[in-house]
Design a binder for this molecule. Structure first.
Ligand code: PFF
Length: 454
């Protein structure tokens, strides 16, 4: 029986934008251009797009299908289909817990930068000094993190169609527009050609196993896969939704935003001679420096961080919704209580990430075959654990379950309820779900752990 109060998307476009809003996030704008820079430019992009098409599309469609078939939160979905696999849903909720706790800290940094721009854009003597001093404080980054989390909770409290769908419908088109403006600015800078060449000329020699592992982790993170969030969003869909087409559009939009972000950021980096370094420093240190040097840079800097805020918010909302759906439906607790309680727990874990990013030397044990057990920063630990381990593991579990237990036939039948499943897509999905996805994920996971790739 369906609980009467269960939310549903009001429109098909609203669902697509909300799902794309989940996918398009810090991963596309903050992480993707850096990974492209680190792993040989065009070669990485080619491998990344192939992984999105063959593996990402399959897992995306599988998650949406499991959700739509059961009309339940991820844990409830597995319980209904096969009780023995309930743990896959639980694993997703645990992963979501870690992801949102650190995601919200970075969301807080973004808000701090918006305010810095709005109050004159004064970064003091150096951008690096500004960022490092900021994250080394105890109270201020934590305060921004809590504020970001509070905004996420407010949207989720408004419900599926009343909050999440409405925010997606406004923020996603705005984000797209801002991104295109920034890309045009960047591509027309003097000296941008070198960056454009880097994006178009593949150099496979600098890719290696590390490049493949990075592309897989990035694809899962960017498409919001492996933690049941897309399964939850799929559960709010009516039976007449064309799932195979929707999954294609969501994967396409997400990749498009990633590509435009790379086109917006990499030529600017080349043109100003900045370092294409990775990680948090890239968006918060190099980019403000780049904006400062370009004409109308203040305006584009502000636009960039507002856009990053939109991207981060719609993704964070989706993660919290996954957990809220689980808690409220499985334990029959009010949505509001579930949202506030789970966000509070995640916020607490986020404080650990925030402190470990600068203020305090918090470390956690990590294992890889090269170094054995060793201690790494808690901040790195949380990102490695989720992006490189838990999310691919969750995706693998979804594939093995849907491909071998529930069965490709059932999955395809559910997809076909909503409209035509084109023959070539159906064939690719069926083969990929059962064989290619599990094998590829296992191989890449093995190398990730084996080589200690972070
Ligand atoms: N896809 C988001 C990004 O690219 O930033 C992050 C994310 C959202 C990951 C939701 C996982 C998820 F369930």
């Amino acid at each position: 029986m369906q609980p009467k109060h269960r939310g549903q998307w009001a429109t098909n476009l609203g669902f697509i934008l909300a799902a794309a809003g989940s996918a398009v996030g810090l991963g596309n704008i903050w992480k993707f251009p850096g990974k492209v820079g680190e792993n040989g430019g065009a070669a990485f992009i080619i491998v990344y797009l192939a992984i999105v098409l063959i593996l990402g599309y399959t897992v995306m469609l599988t998650e949406l299908t499991v959700g739509r078939a059961t009309q339940k939160n991820t844990v409830g979905a597995f319980r209904q289909l096969d009780r023995r696999f309930t743990w896959i849903g639980v694993l997703g909720v645990i992963t979501g817990f870690f992801v949102l706790s650190y995601y919200s800290v970075v969301g807080g940094w973004v808000m701090k930068y918006i305010v810095t721009y709005l109050t004159g854009g004064d970064f003091g003597l150096s951008h690096e000094g500004y960022f490092n001093q900021f994250i080394a404080k105890i109270g201020e980054p934590v305060g921004w993190h809590l504020l970001f989390m509070a905004i996420v909770v407010l949207v989720v409290l408004k419900g599926v169609s009343g909050g999440i769908e409405k925010v997606g419908k406004v923020f996603m088109p705005a984000l797209f527009l801002f991104l295109i403006l920034i890309a045009i600015r960047s591509l027309t800078l003097d000296g941008a050609q070198e960056g454009i060449r880097f994006l178009l000329r593949p150099d496979f020699s600098s890719l290696g196993v590390k490049g493949f592992a990075a592309a897989l982790g990035q694809a899962f993170f960017s498409l919001s896969l492996g933690m049941g969030v897309m399964c939850t969003y799929g559960s709010y869909l009516p039976k007449n939704e064309n799932l195979s087409k929707s999954a294609l559009i969501i994967c396409g939009l997400d990749s498009l935003v990633a590509l435009i972000s790379a086109a917006a950021i990499i030529p600017a980096v080349f043109s100003t001679g900045a370092d294409l370094g990775m990680g948090s420093g890239f968006a918060f240190i190099s980019l403000p420096g780049i904006f400062e040097k370009m004409p109308a840079g203040y305006f584009f800097g502000l636009l960039f961080f507002i856009m990053l805020f939109f991207a981060a918010l719609t993704s964070a909302i989706s993660i919290l919704e996954g957990t809220v759906a689980f808690i409220s439906e499985e334990f029959r607790i009010k949505r509001a209580t579930a949202a506030i309680a789970s966000a509070a727990a995640m916020a607490l874990a986020g404080i650990g990430y925030s402190l470990a990013s600068g203020a305090v030397n918090l470390r956690a044990p990590w294992f890889d075959f090269v170094n054995g057990w060793h201690m790494i920063s808690l901040a790195t630990w949380m990102e490695l654990l989720t992006d490189n381990l838990l999310m691919p593991l969750g995706g693998l579990a979804f594939c093995i379950f849907a491909g071998w237990m529930w069965g490709v036939k059932n999955a395809v039948a559910e997809v076909e309820q909503g409209g035509k499943f084109k023959f070539y897509l159906k064939t690719m999905f069926s083969v990929s779900l059962k064989y290619i996805c599990p094998a590829a994920i296992v191989i890449i996971l093995f190398f990730t752990v084996g080589l200690g790739i972070g």
